[in-house]
Design a binder for this molecule. Structure first.
Ligand SMILES: Nc1nc2c(ncn2[C@@H]2O[C@H](COP(=O)(O)OP(=O)(O)OP(=O)(O)O)[C@@H](O)[C@H]2O)c(=O)[nH]1
Ligand SMILES: [Mg+2]
Length: 199
């Protein structure tokens, strides 16, 4: 699959407002793990706001992606586990992640993003188990790999896969800064979109 062009469609406070956009590939992960940066890498344009301040993306943001085949939609979800906010705000963000999954969107794939330098958090594990239970197809993308050497990346990928109970080939090592993993990720998305179109 080749990505031809991308554009911002809309921000939704209620994830049901995204139902008309089919199929969707969404990006989930803790605050500040690099969701918006990875989306910008995939789209080849700075369409998502990135920030030093965790919890910047508060709404469900939908982007349309035109490809050499059928178009699809990328969805940037609010980060979960936003520890710097007060507790109520944090719960609201966490609820929004789950609300998206239960609001009738046509989800072809969930990209679960995790910072390659960190051990998976409890919420990361909750998300993976939740997606397994809900039978939602997912891939883990490890972000910020430019912060590590190749050997450190290889070690971290094995360790994180084991911590999540996943096979190593469920994980893709990426960097929004260097572009590492971009082609691999786009190939994976092409495969899952093709499989999803047959259902
Ligand atoms: N070195 C490096 N820094 C990155 C990478 N991806 C993201 N960052 C940095 O990490 C911070 C957070 O990035 P965002 O893309 O805004 O993260 P997010 O997951 O969208 O954050 P929220 O929307 O707040 O949940 C920013 O300072 C980015 O510059 C990467 O691949 N390499
Ligand atoms: Mg963001």
């Amino acid at each position: 699959m080749q990505i031809k062009s991308s554009k911002f469609i809309k921000s939704c406070a209620d994830p049901k407002a995204a139902n008309e956009f089919k199929p969707q590939i969404c990006v989930a992960g803790r605050s500040n793990c690099g969701k918006s940066t990875l989306l910008n890498m995939l789209m080849g344009a700075k369409l998502c706001k990135t920030s030093q301040t965790p919890g910047r993306t508060r709404l469900v943001n939908v982007f349309e992606v035109k490809t050499d085949g059928a178009p699809f939609f990328l969805t940037d979800l609010p980060g979960y586990g936003f520890s710097k906010a007060d507790r109520r705000e944090s719960d609201e963000f966490n609820m929004r992640t789950e609300a998206y999954f239960t609001s009738g969107n046509d989800i072809a794939q969930v990209l679960c993003l995790m910072d390659i330098r960190r051990d998976p958090s409890d919420l990361d594990k909750v998300l993976i188990n939740y997606l397994r239970d809900m039978n939602l197809p997912f891939t883990v993308a490890l972000t910020k790999a430019d912060k590590f050497s190749r050997v450190q990346c290889a070690d971290a990928a094995l360790r994180i896969a084991a911590a999540l109970g996943l096979a190593r080939d469920n994980l893709i090592v990426t960097s929004g800064n260097s572009g590492l993993g971009k082609d691999k990720l786009i190939n994976r998305l092409g495969e899952v979109l093709a499989a999803h179109a047959e259902i």
